[in-house]
Design a protein around this ligand. Sequence first.
Ligand SMILES: *Cc1c(COP(=O)(O)O)cnc(C)c1O
Length: 501
Amino acid sequence: MSSPGGKSSSIPLMGNEEEPTIFELSCTGRKSYTMRSTGVPVNELKDLVDGMFLRDDELDLVEVSERDLVAHFTRLSHRQFSVDLGFYPLGSCTMKYNPKFCDEVASYESLVLIHPATPSKFCQGWLDLCFKLTGALKEITGMAGGTLQPAAGAQGELTGLLLIKAYHESRGESRKKVIIPNTAHGTNPASVTLSGYEPVTIGTNKDGLVNIDELKAILDDDVAAIMLTNPNTLGLFETEIAEIASLVHNIGGLLYYDGANLNAILGAVRPGDMGFDVVHLNLHKTFATPHGGGGPGAGPVLVSKRLLDFLPSPIVTQEGDRFIFTYPKHSIGRIHSWFGNAVVLARAYAYIVFHGNDGLKTVGELAVLNARYLKERLKEYFPPAYDSPPMHEAVLTAESVTKETGIKALDIAKGLLDRGFHAPTIYFPLLVHEALMIEPTETESLETVDSLIDSLEEIYRCAYEDPELLKTAPMNTPVSRVDEARAARQLKPVYKRDTPA
Ligand SMILES: *Cc1c(COP(=O)(O)O)cnc(C)c1O
């Protein structure tokens, strides 16, 4: 391996060549910082800290100059696709463009410079924001109270299930089962298992909705709850919600609403009005925090009256003109430190206040309109998996193209990469063969949605005219087609650092 000092010609200038790892760029003695001399005497660490707290071996840190560091990450950033760069129609994920003013608000010094341990009387502004955000989410979902602590949708699910468990236990009941339709998001059964419940799956009817007969057949007094993703992962709205709610409540069970797909129903209907007892939201999908990059998220949980006493503590409440912490009587305890992921909360609050009721309703309407338009224009090439009009995402199938040409959903997705789009979700939901799950979101213009549709038509024609060509896609991306099975099993080895030239 070469060191950058000696062989600068091996450093790629553009994003299209192999980029070395930061370890390969490391060169002993290079730094991205300088320490001014201050006149304060220099002490050895071992004279200040007890030896038992010090490591014996050197820490193997990367040593690079600021110049090389910035160039490395800038080059990497040119190899990326992002929501800021182009259309990202990844279904089930709501990868939408996030307005920049939300970032600006969330970086106000008056918010970010506050230490999370600040006593409540000195951070009234933050508590005010948490109080008002909870109030807005209550209003949006039609629920009675909530917590902002969970850091993700899945943690919201776990929180909600622990609330359900605490509720049943407070009534001296130890129910064991939670029902999950096979159109639920994959995190649902995982959360059920983690919470100590046993997931029980029910199927779908011919319209892609919960099979009510199957539901009726397994409802008994061992059922703690049903978890519904609505719209479900087929992008379809559960039309028999009212009946499902009364069936489950009648046997003493509760209703959990996976609201990660809230984009579809914003301002139109509310889970609380449908009879749900718990809802989690993904602020990092619907409310202006980028999702999918592994960054911080927030999965607030909203509850009906009967679960208020069990909410994680503390809760921010208003007393006169002050905001204070209160501690629900039978709280399940903390599930995240401090306020949760505070900056995500600030972004969401900015987004909600900016849009107001009418604006949020428009967000929902446009998200649904874009998905329905897309489905209509594409149906002769890639028919929808189910006939009912989709909500925020369209689940199409490439099954007949695959049968007739050998071109699979995977090849179609790769073809889209070559045409400047992120791929849609493919092979999910599992019950649809050769699924293409496309979520346009409300932020894309008609021209952009049209250009995706045109590209899909072009790919469709290419599948019949020159399938071999399509199988080589993508050709225009920094990395072309990888052996996915091998890529998952054999990760690139970590490079050992060079000794300096
Ligand atoms: C994304 C999603 C989740 C999980 O949210 P995370 O924040 O990724 O944990 C749960 N349910 C549905 C329907 C989702 O789309």
